[in-house]
Design a binder for this molecule. Structure first.
Ligand code: ASP
Length: 329
């Protein structure tokens, strides 16, 4: 298969003058010394075309905010948008008509929080952050997560909109259970940001598969699958058919491959290869996409099928980058 590089791996993030001997020794370990990290320009990337989200995250970074605040506030834009029908308010429901949200967040210290099958709360990502910051736990699920959200001051909101209710009523006429993710377009947002300290954080939030079985959980709230950050190396977020990402612990895999010396692009490609090269892989019928960012500010993106993209903002301007993909036929 011919590999085309749509994504330009650039070292644009490194702005200062850095001694080449420092770089040489640190590159061997794929870890940047503090002096180099200090000269990195803040930046944010997210899955798909969510330019309003990256603009918001950029605004936070540009005002000196940290990467964690940037990713939280960035993805909140999509959670609050009722026209985005697989995240937060206006997310499509499960097969019983309930909108259940999955989200997780991870900071540069390796701390993380997650909510699973959360109902009636718009900003699942902020509840995940509260789990991380105010509880001794990493994940809260279902009613426990919802109860925790109310206790933390979040307000109850009915998440089904007129549009998603209408679509659901239409779907119910056949109730066909085909948990196949379309390959052209998803709306799960995964975001990675690097702040002026060179620290990396990430967030991932989704209502998951439309009309999923009640209780189905995808990759998006699973640390290591939907999202992983290792502040020495970089971060990765996933979108697409969560079951396939979970089976390969996709985001952790990408970050570990970067630790072993692969570029973000090579690491994303290898993680996709692990999925498509499985015996009897049904990859022609589902999409998975990864985006990754390393400490040098180099990015990568790769998917099984065409039409995956990444949005990047490093100077206040959003850049839409078409991802290369595996299935060229
Ligand atoms: N990854 C999400 C899930 O499987 C869905 C998506 O990205 O569209 O729940």
């Amino acid at each position: 298969m011919q590999r085309r590089k749509f994504i330009k791996n650039s070292a644009l993030g490194v702005t200062g003058i850095v001694s080449s001997s420092i770089l040489a020794s640190s590159e061997e370990k794929n870890i940047l010394p503090v002096s180099v990290i200090k000269s990195i320009k803040p930046m944010v990337v997210c899955t798909w075309h969510f330019q309003n989200a990256t603009s918001k995250a950029w605004e936070v970074l540009n005002n000196g905010g940290n990467a964690l605040d940037a990713v939280e506030q960035g993805v909140m834009v999509e959670e609050a948008d009722p026209t985005n029908e697989t995240v937060g308010l206006g997310g499509r429901p499960d097969r019983d008509g309930h909108v259940t949200l999955d989200a997780c967040i991870m900071n540069h210290e390796g701390k993380c929080g997650s909510v699973v099958a959360l109902q009636n709360i718009v900003h699942a990502i902020s509840v995940a952050r509260k789990v991380m910051e105010t509880t001794p736990h990493v994940m809260l699920a279902g009613l426990g997560a919802e109860q925790f959200a109310y206790e933390s001051g979040f307000k109850k909101t009915y998440l089904l909109t007129e549009s998603t209710k209408k679509q659901y009523d239409e779907w119910k006429k056949t109730s066909l259970y085909e948990p196949v993710i379309n390959i052209e377009n998803h709306d799960t947002i995964g975001m990675l940001a690097m702040d002026e300290n060179g620290d990396i954080a990430g967030a991932c939030t989704s209502s998951g598969l439309a009309y999923k079985m009640a209780g189905r959980v995808g990759d998006s709230p699973i640390i290591g699958s939907g999202l992983f950050i290792d502040n020495e190396i970089g971060g990765c977020v996933a979108t697409g058919l969560g079951e396939e990402v979970v089976k390969t612990v996709g985001s952790f895999l990408v970050v570990e491959l970067m630790r072993q010396g692969k570029t973000p692009q090579e690491a994303c490609e290898e993680a996709i290869n692990r999925i498509v090269n499985k015996p009897n892989s049904d990859y022609k019928n589902f999409q998975v996409g990864y985006i990754a960012l390393n400490k040098q500010g180099v990015t990568g993106a790769y998917a099984i099928h065409q039409y995956f993209s990444m949005t990047k903002n490093q100077d206040g301007t959003n850049e839409q980058i078409a991802s290369d993909y595996f299935n060229k036929i």
